[in-house]
Design a protein around this ligand. Structure first.
Ligand code: GLU
Length: 290
């Protein structure tokens, strides 16, 4: 059955790819991993060249800003940043991040656009309507939107806090048919494979239920970025209930993207089940109240 399901991936037309900070930088130094970023961009441009529409949801702004002003060395790497410091780092790093993307995408003659969102962009009807229209225009222009949270203005009241949830919201509002979460883990296991040797890999999740939600652990083990398996499963609920298949896979080898698009059996595939009663703004609002 999995083979047939994987074959269907070849027909996907609108794809959101999310990559986290830990996949974009070298763990030892915190500097950009240019080789991996370049491969990512080549993969995305190739998917675009197949006539599909592509969105990249990227983290890395705070990490790049921190690195640029050496704030961890100044404060000590164990001292947490204040909200204002994080926001200032995001303001510095977002420009740097886009500069790197501009450089590589322009080598493939691909126009990109920056879209920065907050939770309000999804919860507020007018904001959501405007954002949706912007994405539609960008697709008509053949552009690849590069999305991040607007960390510089996004305080607790209006933040997503993680790009897993943000990427699923983007997939939902633009009517994407596939969301790919590039992670530092191969996919969903019955337990955390780093601590439990009996943990079994799950190839397909037909219906995401409470049992699966309990398999989400708070941390993926990386010390940059904010998304653990828990937020990936929340993303799964948003995506699958609004009609979008989702795949969690390992970003160790970025070539996994074209293998997925070729219908190969990589990562964990979550099948979409449209739920007419699911209301995205209410759901996102309820996440925040927890
Ligand atoms: N938006 C944050 C950044 O760009 C990261 C959020 C996340 O890691 O999920 O630095």
């Amino acid at each position: 059955m999995n083979e047939t399901l994987r074959e269907r991936i070849k027909d996907k037309k609108r794809i959101v790819v999310k990559i986290g900070s830990s996949s974009l930088q070298h763990a030892e130094t915190g500097d950009f991993d240019y080789i991996r970023i370049e491969k990512l961009i080549r993969e995305l441009c190739d998917i675009r060249n197949q006539g599909k529409e592509v969105v990249l949801v990227t983290s890395g702004a705070v990490a790049a800003g921190k690195k640029a002003v050496h704030i961890s060395e100044i404060k000590g790497s164990k001292v947490p940043l204040t909200t204002a410091e994080k926001q200032a780092c995001a303001a510095i790093g977002q420009g740097k991040l886009m500069m790197v993307y501009e450089k590589f995408f322009s080598e493939y003659n691909q126009i990109i656009a920056q879209v920065l969102m907050t939770r309000n962009t999804v919860v507020n009807d007018l904001n959501r309507y405007n954002a949706t229209n912007t994405f539609q225009e960008l697709f008509k222009m053949g552009v690849i939107p590069i999305v991040n949270e607007n960390d510089t203005v996004s305080t607790y009241e209006i933040e997503f806090g993680d790009n897993d949830t943000l990427s699923a919201c983007v997939a939902s509002i633009i009517g994407a048919d596939l969301l790919i979460l590039l992670s530092d883990i191969d996919g969903l296991y019955t337990d955390d494979p780093r601590t439990c040797k009996d943990a079994k890999f799950i190839e397909v999740v037909e219906t995401l239920d409470d049992e699966h939600m309990n398999m989400g652990k708070e941390s993926t083990g990386s010390n940059v970025g904010t998304g653990g398996m828990g937020t990936k499963l929340i993303a799964g609920q948003i995506a699958t209930r609004t009609g979008c298949d989702m795949i969690i896979c390992n970003s160790k080898d970025i070539g996994i993207l074209h293998r997925i698009m070729d219908g190969e059996n990589e990562g964990t595939l979550f099948l979409s089940h449209v739920d007419e009663n699911f209301k995205l703004p209410e759901y996102v609002e309820s996440l925040h109240r927890k």
